[in-house]
Design a protein around this ligand. Structure first.
Ligand code: CA
Ligand code: CA
Length: 167
């Protein structure tokens, strides 16, 4: 039995049978038809590159494909006004449901960070990038938490290194 995703992956990956961030970018689209940013594609590749070869093999690609389908479901759920983008109230609703305790005004900063056109809107790729970053930042904070009061302790080096890897 042929696996349609494998056939698709083969076409995307080309002769070397491995998909690069640029090749991944070609097959991921936002709801306005634009391609995912190379930044988000690179971030997903780094996260799922289990054998650290800097490329996506078929199993890694399959994992990304199922993650993207979950992100899409989540995106459509929070895009209450069906604009194909996520606005301020919608991103607040999203992180609340994901159980992140963040102040509402954080949404303005997030939209400023992700929307290069200052339209206060996030595309699907921004939404994915934000979700991944939030999870990674939260994980770093958790690891350095000394109590449950929400305070974590970072050395200067740790802070610089983590920020540089995650921004
Ligand atoms: Ca790989
Ligand atoms: Ca919307």
């Amino acid at each position: 039995m042929t696996d349609p995703l494998f056939a698709y992956f083969t076409a995307v990956a080309g002769a070397d049978g491995q998909a690069s961030n640029v090749e991944i970018q070609r097959c991921l689209k936002n709801y306005d038809g634009s391609n995912f940013s190379l930044g988000t594609c690179t971030r997903m590749l780094k996260m799922l590159d289990r054998d650290y070869n800097g490329l996506m093999g078929y199993n890694e690609f399959k994992e990304m494909w199922s993650a993207i389908s979950q992100w899409k479901t989540s995106f459509r759920k929070f895009d209450k006004d069906n604009t194909g983008t996520i606005g301020e109230a919608e991103i607040i609703a999203a992180w609340k449901e994901w159980n992140y305790d963040l102040p509402d005004h954080f949404a303005k900063i997030v939209l400023w960070r992700y929307d290069p056109f200052f339209g206060n809107r996030m595309n699907l790729d921004d939404f994915v990038g934000f979700g991944i970053t939030l999870k990674q930042l939260f994980g770093q904070h958790m690891r350095r938490r000394r109590n449950y009061a929400g305070k974590a302790y970072f050395s200067y080096d740790e802070f610089m290194l983590i920020s540089m890897c995650l921004i």
